[in-house]
Design a protein around this ligand. Structure first.
Ligand code: PLP
Length: 436
């Protein structure tokens, strides 16, 4: 393809004139990997097609929501009939109640949920609620965990535990992040020290239990256990950000995975998004009744939204949640994902390329290392140039993975065995280039 016939390039140039960087969310710009972002025209099942009508096997699934694949008939039908009934009312609907009931049935740690429109909004509101409910200001987050772009959460670690974090974005005043403590993921010693120093002032500890925003890093069982114990001991709320992993790593989310490993385990609050909207703008947060009843209009914690619980989005989310509860869905999804990761591992091994991989349910990660990293700093030691060779090699062969080494991958119910085999074979060719 010459530059003059590349419609992705033409669209990117046009987009850059009217949208900062040509994109409405930074990672889409291919800045880390170089090259021209693909402008997507349409999608079906496990595939999407770009402006040049090039087909790709899609392993980002809109960063997780498209767990059924694109254009699932039951979801399309639900959305089409919802649209005919009206787009938005600014008044309550039965469908919101149904969706809330469905979520609570699937995730028993919550008694009530509130629906919002994005993961950012859900995480931001959850923190306000944690602060309102505890009457405390401080919060703990972990380096490499992403909880959306609310001001208080755009923070990286400061120079020491007694100091507070530094904003990772311009436009976030130091005063706004002064209550945010940023710790290393999976570091129990640091966690314990932080609770000794700040425990009585902590409103909450927010964590991605399986972190998908530093590729794929699990919280170790001892670490998660300690998070739970310390939150309980000091009266801070343990907030699970399950925006990415909820309904993705298992029907019951990452909390159901940890509940199998730690008897009686439950978070105090859960933040959800992505899969619950099935590709529409929808997210939620929930907790036990006593905490949720602190929310307006019952309580003193204010939170609102013109499009919250949108009738079309809730129809899409409900239809998605009903499909994923069909018998065998997660067994099949996990098996497919493991076929992919095992195949990738074998292909890398065959070429002597350092590689390791992990997955849970329909989410996976891989690293160009021999052992799985435990924290963000280790993830970020990945050789950028080698990752970019892998990314572009796959892209050229019609396989679309996340255009950044710190993002996870997603398999959907629509991926076929043939898609998985073709993806492994494409990766085998690229590993050959990396072995030289
Ligand atoms: C995607 C994501 C968010 C933010 O959700 P948006 O809908 O993009 O605002 C928050 N937390 C986690 C763990 C995420 O993966």
């Amino acid at each position: 393809m010459t530059p003059s016939t590349d419609l992705n390039l033409a669209l990117f140039e046009r987009a850059k004139r009217v949208i900062p960087g040509g994109v409405n969310s930074p990672v889409r710009a291919f800045k880390a990997v170089g090259g021209t972002p693909r402008f997507i025209k349409r999608a079906q099942g496990a595939y999407f097609w770009d402006a040049n009508d090039q087909r790709y096997i899609d392993y980002i699934g809109s960063w997780g929501p498209m767990i059924l694949g694109h254009g699932h008939p039951a979801v399309v039908e639900a959305v089409q009939s919802a649209v005919l009934e009206g787009f938005s009312f600014g008044a309550p609907t039965e469908r919101e109640v149904e969706l809330a009931e469905e979520i609570l049935k699937i995730i028993p740690s919550m008694d009530m949920v509130r629906l919002v429109s994005s993961g950012t909004e859900a995480a931001m509101s959850a923190i306000r609620l944690a602060r309102g409910a505890t009457g405390r200001s401080k919060l703990i987050k972990f380096e490499g965990c992403y909880h959306g772009h609310a001001d208080a959460l755009l923070v990286k670690a400061g120079s020491g535990l007694a100091t507070f974090g530094n904003a990772t974005s311009a436009g976030v005043p130091a005063e706004v992040v002064q209550h945010t403590i940023v710790l290393e993921y999976n570091n129990i010693e640091q966690l314990e020290e932080a609770f000794v120093l700040h425990g009585r002032e902590l409103a909450c500890l927010m964590i991605e239990p399986i972190a998908g925003n530093m590729n794929f890093v699990r919280a170790s069982v001892p670490f998660m256990k300690r998070c739970r114990e310390l939150c309980t001991d000091y009266g801070a709320l343990l907030v699970f950000d399950e925006v990415m992993v909820g309904f993705r790593v298992a029907l019951g989310g990452a909390q159901s995975v940890y509940a199998k490993l730690i008897p009686g385990f439950e978070p105090d609050m859960t933040v959800m998004g992505k899969v619950i909207g099935g590709g529409m703008p929808l997210a939620a947060f929930g907790a036990k009744r006593d905490v949720m009843e602190q929310m307006a209009p019952l309580g003193k914690v204010y939170q609102a939204g013109t499009l919250s619980g949108n009738p079309v989005a809730t129809a899409c989310g409900l239809a998605t949640l009903r499909e994923i509860q069909k018998p065998g869905f997660y067994e099949c999804l996990a098996a497919k994902t493991q076929t992919l990761t095992r195949g990738l591992q074998a292909a890398a091994d065959a070429q002597g390329v350092p590689f390791c991989t992990d997955s849970e349910g329909g989410m996976f990660g891989f690293f160009l290392f021999n052992t799985l990293p435990q924290n963000y700093a280790t993830v970020m030691t990945t050789d950028n140039a080698r990752f970019n060779t892998l990314f572009h090699g796959l892209l050229d062969r019609g396989v679309y993975i996340a255009p950044a080494l710190y993002e996870a991958g997603f398999v959907s119910g629509a991926h076929t065995d043939e898609d998985i085999v073709a993806s492994i074979s494409a990766a085998g060719e690229v590993f050959k280039l990396l072995s030289k």
